[in-house]
Design a binder for this molecule. Structure first.
Ligand SMILES: Cc1ncc(COP(=O)(O)O)c(C=O)c1O
Length: 361
């Protein structure tokens, strides 16, 4: 097994004569093993790991300067939106939020200040699908950096660099780690210049992960393919159950043929994943809370991508930092509940949802 190099520094033979490692903020052998592993999964020339997904995202935005503009998907993870608006907008970086279900919508926001397009697909939590190849055609024609947050799909289901993205970002806390026991982020790139700049930012600002966490994610990745197959299988079973349930208003899962971008999902993903959301008839927050608290197999918790199923209420949890008006525009209504489908027995998951739905009204 990859050793856990629990060290902050490395003995040198004589000043400047060393084995490639000088100080662990810059490089650690356990982390290097993980970076090579994640790069291979994303078919990337380089990967860089960070102490969280947000640390990885933060490094990407540090490529920009005041006055630069970013065109971002309008249905982002709430923490990404919060970092853009509360940390970087005051530094003079401007973010436009655009419904990218039709990639052509990006075009009208491009001007001479635009530097970056930021995509999340499937989006969190309403599972919109964005056509990565179409975004790459736009970004290449205007010389922009295309960032794709691939957390929801995982490298097993989708490889954005193959479709023309410049940077892939992961919250490795989720499917890569897979066991809800570590917080970690990763970036993958092919371009050497981008890699050098991002590695410099990482070493200079220091959001790097420790060796134990690197070991845990390496271990998680060993079963990524097996877990993902089961997440997808269970996700389909649960989605089909909810679709036919009389208390469900809308269900968001890209595997349904009537999903607006089902064909794009089929084209760019191997399968439809284990994430889905639904709203309830009457749109009552009280009922959504009651349902979320009545689950017995699902745990009520933030996060996703672990082997255990989770239920969350985006409006009050992951998306609480997005103003109500803004979030409702993208479907994050008061009764919306998000499920991260784990690898338990699908029948147990369905029985749990059934009893919780019976408990409301
Ligand atoms: C899609 C997505 N991107 C990024 C992040 C941030 O990652 P982390 O929590 O590892 O900092 C999350 C966290 O939930 C996420 O869901």
């Amino acid at each position: 097994m990859t050793p856990i190099y629990q060290t902050s520094t490395y003995v040198q033979e004589s000043p400047g004569k060393h084995k490639g490692y000088t100080y662990a903020r810059g490089k650690n052998p356990t982390r290097v093993a993980l970076e090579k592993n994640i790069a291979a999964l994303e078919n990337a020339a380089y990967a860089i790991c960070f102490s969280s997904g947000m640390g990885a995202e933060d490094a990407i935005i540090k490529l920009l300067l005041p006055g630069d503009e970013v065109i971002a998907a309008d249905d982002l993870y709430g923490g990404t939106y919060r970092m853009f608006e509360k940390i970087y907008a005051p530094f003079g970086i401007k973010f436009h939020y655009v419904n990218m279900s039709d990639a052509k919508n990006i075009n009208k926001y491009i001007n001479e200040k635009t530097k970056m397009i930021w995509v999340e697909t499937p989006t969190n939590p309403t599972m919109k699908i964005i056509d990565i190849a179409a975004c790459a055609t736009i970004s290449k024609s205007k010389n922009l950096i295309l960032v794709v947050d691939n957390t929801f799909a995982s490298p097993y289901l989708q490889n954005p660099l193959n479709l023309g993205a410049s940077i892939v970002v992961h919250s490795a806390t989720k499917y890569l780690g897979g066991h809800s026991d570590v917080v970690m982020g990763a970036l993958c790139v092919n371009d050497e210049n981008l890699y050098t700049r991002l590695a410099f930012i990482q070493n200079s600002t220091g959001a790097n992960p420790g060796p134990m966490d690197s070991f845990l994610v390496l271990r998680g990745i060993k079963t990524l393919h097996v877990r993902m197959d089961r997440h997808c299988y269970n996700g389909r079973k649960v989605a089909e159950f909810l679709k036919s349930h009389p208390k469900i208003e809308t269900i968001y899962w890209p595997g349904f043929p009537d999903h607006a971008n089902h064909e794009i999902a089929k084209k760019q993903m191997k399968d439809f994943g284990g994430m889905l959301s639904f709203s309830m008839k009457g749109n009552s927050q009280e009922e959504a809370f009651k349902m979320a608290s009545s689950m017995k197999v699902f745990s009520l918790a933030e996060s996703l991508g672990g082997v255990e199923s989770l239920i969350g209420h985006p409006a009050s949890m992951t998306h609480a930092s997005i103003p109500k008006e803004e979030r409702e525009k993208s479907g994050v209504v008061d009764s919306l509940l998000r499920l991260s489908i784990g690898i338990e027995d699908a029948e147990d998951l369905i029985a749990d949802l059934k009893q919780a739905l019976d408990s409301v009204r």
